[in-house]
Each structure stands twice: as C-alpha cells, then as structure tokens.
Design a protein around this ligand. Structure first.
Ligand SMILES: Cc1cc2nc3c(=O)[nH]c(=O)nc-3n(C[C@H](O)[C@H](O)[C@H](O)COP(=O)(O)OP(=O)(O)OC[C@H]3O[C@@H](n4cnc5c(N)ncnc54)[C@H](O)[C@@H]3O)c2cc1C
Length: 272
C-alpha cells in the first residue's frame, strides 16, 4: 500500500507532479512501469479550497482529472508544520469552521473557527516550500510594507513601475501583483517594462499596460497538457478557437518539441 501525501504553496506545480506520479503508477510514462496504482492512495494537501483559481480550469480538474485517477483525496486548508522522517509522519495544521448559535436578528449562524494538528503517515511525500521574496527587496522600502503582498516589489499592476520610486521598474517573480509568477508572464513583462522605462527616461508618462497574462502548462497525465492561460480578466487563450480548458496531446507535443527552440532562439534573443 503506497500512501503519498502532497502539500504545497505553489499549487499548480504540485498538481503536475501529483498527476504524473499517479499516471506513472498506472504503467504510463517514459519507461512504462507496472500498473500498481490500485495499491496507492494520494492525499493532496493545500491551504485554500480549490485546485485552480480560475473556475473553467478548476472544473476540468475537479470533474474529470481527479475522478479519472480515482485514488486522490483533496485535503483543504491543510498546511504542513512538521515532518518526522524516521517514522514517516507529517503533521499538518488543519483549519475549519463549524456552525455556532443561530442569530435570529441576522437570520444567520455564527461561524466558529477551529484549528487542529493532524498527523498523517506517508511512504512518499512531495513538499513545495512557501514562496518568499528575496531579502534585499523584502527588507527594503522597495517591497510592499503591509498586506498579502508584503515584501514583494510594490509596483503598479499594469505599468510595472514602482508606486513610490518612479525610476524603479520590476520584472518576473519579484513583482507584488495579483498574477504572473511564471516564466511566461516574465516574457510579457519584458516589452511593457522596456516601453515604460524609455517613456520615463524621455520625461513622458508610462503608457504600456501589462494585462496580467499568466500561463500554466498543467500536465494532467503523460501525453496531455491543459494549457491554462489567463489574465486579470479571466481566460486568455493564445488560440481561442480551441477550448483552453481541454487537456490536449498537442500541447504536450508543443511543450516537448517546440518550447526549447522557442526559448533559446526567439525569447532569449528578444524576438518574441
Ligand atoms: C516547479 C516549478 C515549475 C515551473 N514551471 C513553469 C512552467 O512550466 N512555465 C512557466 O512559464 N513558468 C514556470 N515556473 C515559474 C518560473 O520558473 C518562474 O516564474 C521564473 O523562473 C521567474 O523568473 P525570475 O527571473 O523572475 O526569477 P528566478 O528565476 O527566481 O531568478 C532570480 C535569480 O536571482 C538570484 N538572486 C536572488 N537573490 C539575489 C541577490 N541578492 N543577488 C543576486 N542574485 C540573486 C536567484 O539566485 C535567481 O537565480 C515554474 C516554477 C517552479 C518552481
């Protein structure tokens, strides 16, 4: 009996490895192992209560991908606090709410917050550490000083210009904006940043606007990828004729054969 626990902060990376390792146990993958997935149970432990923040992509994962495997249990609002590697026990902090007394005036129940520590035995555990901004930004006045994005570069979510220091612009993961911690986003930040930086050097207002473009090529099984593209407004497929919430073999082929040459010969030379 394999018991596999997953915990994460960077949820979309861990769902990839979750699905690929489960598929591998079904006998798929590069060297096609034995079909032993019936002997394995997977727990996907996560802070929050959704697999994916965009409803259309979440629906595919909830309604199709998780049931297709049949041995994955989602454990919401579970945050890893401790690991005992010798005895293979992970301890999670589980937060949840229960109904309290009924408030007749408001016609609502009071909600009571609970926290419990949950021990889980595992044979294999895959942990993604929490993402943090680099110290040099987090511990300076460049970072947001308060709120959810505390420590990440305090910049305008469209112009990527620092909110206070107008000669500072940001690119990549360090940005304290609601979306965009992917290499695909950084590629879109680049031209916006250059245009706005040149405008500011010329004494003009920065006009170019980043739209929040993010891409998560989510491997749902060996041979299939759901190319989840989105921006601040919702879905943002590069090929709108194809339903972006469908896992497709062509995105797997694209990822395998096209991305590398595109990266080295086009992106790195600033040609796309
Ligand atoms: C498991 C995983 C899978 C991913 N898959 C994808 C994917 O399929 N597609 C996609 O588009 N994106 C993916 N990403 C996200 C992508 O890797 C990042 O968005 C991207 O690398 C961000 O680039 P960056 O240059 O902003 O930051 P980084 O790549 O983090 O580069 C920052 C660099 O700065 C260096 N540094 C830090 N502090 C200092 C300092 N004080 N002085 C000097 N140097 C310093 C670091 O060592 C690092 O080399 C994935 C990320 C992870 C973790």
């Amino acid at each position: 009996m394999y018991t596999t626990r997953y915990t994460h902060k960077m949820w979309w990376s861990t769902t990839k490895i979750l699905y690929l390792s489960d598929d591998y146990l079904r006998g798929n993958g590069p060297d096609g192992g034995a079909d032993v997935s019936k002997n394995a149970s997977f727990s996907f432990c996560k802070k929050g209560t959704t697999l994916f923040g965009i409803p259309e992509y979440n629906k595919t994962l909830v309604d199709e991908v998780t049931p297709m495997y049949g041995n994955i249990e989602d454990k919401w609002n579970h945050v890893l606090r401790k690991i005992d590697p010798e005895n293979k026990i992970a301890t999670f902090e589980h937060t949840y709410q229960t109904k309290g007394e009924y408030d007749a005036d408001l016609e609502e129940y009071d909600m009571i917050d609970h926290t419990e520590m949950v021990e889980m035995k595992y044979d294999f555990i895959h942990v993604v550490p929490p993402m943090r901004p680099v110290k040099s930004v987090a511990e300076s006045l460049l970072g947001w000083q308060k709120g959810n994005a505390k420590g990440w570069l305090a910049c305008d979510l469209n112009t990527l210009q620092h909110i206070k220091y107008k000669n500072v612009f940001g690119i990549g993961d360090i940005l304290g904006i609601p979306k965009g911690k992917t290499g695909g986003s950084a590629r879109h930040h680049g031209p916006i940043l250059v245009e706005n930086l040149v405008s500011v050097l010329e004494g003009k207002e920065p006009k170019a606007k980043f739209d929040g473009y993010t891409v998560c090529p989510l491997k749902t099984e060996y041979g299939k990828i759901m190319l989840a593209e989105f921006n601040y407004d919702g879905l943002a497929p590069s090929f709108p004729v194809l339903d972006p919430s469908r896992p497709r073999w062509m995105w797997w082929a694209f990822d395998l054969y096209m991305l590398k040459p595109m990266y080295w010969y086009l992106m790195m030379r600033g040609l796309m």
